[in-house]
Design a protein around this ligand. Structure first.
Ligand SMILES: NC(=O)c1ccc[n+]([C@@H]2O[C@H](COP(=O)([O-])OP(=O)(O)OC[C@H]3O[C@@H](n4cnc5c(N)ncnc54)[C@H](O)[C@@H]3O)[C@@H](O)[C@H]2O)c1
Length: 250
């Protein structure tokens, strides 16, 4: 432990998943004082909470569907009350389905994917800003994707939602810079998780071949989140930090 997040209070969505749980472990190791773990999947959430129990941080584990804006606000209000504030909000929950070309997508497919990835992130930014403004500010970190910077066939709604997150991050950063609220995003390349297991057969091999440095792991990404969460990045806002083993270079 190096204490880069000593004394800070953080909330992470998608904390039961591959990347979210790695971020949670690292934040705990970096000395975060309070940690709210949030996910729609109660089983994986409970197992991450159990693992992090007695690691020094005060913990909350809460089920939340990030597509429900009122529930998101209410949860963040409870967390702020319990922890006496929140300094770091990681809007990381997301999902890639459906995998199909545009002519095979229903309107509902489109709405559902945008709802989780883009609207869910909007809800998180809004709740985070409401909690941090007038309380000394904080750092909001959104999980976008290289799919939001380059075109991903068979993933139009996901790709569009992640591009939306990159731009939403920039707008939010400008709107709240004077309030001391920094808003950045991380654009990961591909790494194995439940999300990649849900890709159509063979798709991950094609994606892997496009990564000059090979596929990553969740552990390869956590440094970017720690940097953006810590005071080391205090003059960085509106940034899309690409961590992709060279995927987006050619
Ligand atoms: N795995 C990759 O290759 C990759 C690449 C780029 C970006 N990402 C992004 O990384 C983030 C984490 O994904 P991961 O790869 O760890 O996948 P994951 O499936 O392991 O984790 C995603 C988590 O989000 C939760 N979630 C989904 N919908 C939710 C909802 N409506 N409300 C609350 N929680 C919800 C899931 O239960 C799950 O625990 C996502 O935003 C994803 O789009 C992943």
């Amino acid at each position: 432990m190096t204490g880069r997040l000593k004394g800070k209070k953080a909330l992470i969505t998608g904390a039961g998943g591959a990347l979210g749980s790695s971020i949670a472990r690292t934040f705990a190791d970096e000395g975060v004082e309070c940690l709210a773990l949030v996910d729609i999947a109660e089983d994986s959430l409970a197992s991450v909470a159990q693992e992090l129990d007695n690691r020094g941080a005060e913990l909350i584990a809460a089920r939340l569907d990030i597509t429900d804006g009122d529930a998101f606000d209410s949860l963040v209000t409870d967390v702020v009350e319990r922890f006496s504030g929140v300094d770091i909000m990681v809007n990381n929950a997301g999902g890639i389905s459906p995998n199909a070309r545009i002519h095979n997508l229903s309107t509902q497919d489109w709405v559902d994917c945008l709802s989780v990835n883009l609207t869910g992130t909007f809800h998180g930014i809004r709740a985070g800003v409401r909690a941090m403004r007038g309380r000394g500010g904080g750092s909001i970190i959104n999980t976008a994707s290289v799919a939001g910077l380059t075109a991903w066939p068979y993933c139009a709604p996901y790709s569009a939602a992640k591009a939306g997150i990159v731009h939403l991050t920039r707008v939010a950063a400008l709107e709240y810079v004077k309030d001391g609220v920094r808003v950045n995003c991380v654009c990961p390349g591909a790494f194995p998780s439940t999300l990649t297991r849900n890709l159509v057969d063979g798709a991950l091999n094609v994606i892997e071949a496009r990564h000059p440095g090979g596929l990553g792991t969740a552990a390869d990404l956590v440094g970017a989140f720690t940097y953006l969460a810590s005071d080391e990045s205090r003059w960085t806002t509106g940034h899309a930090l690409v961590v992709d083993g060279g995927y987006s270079l050619p």
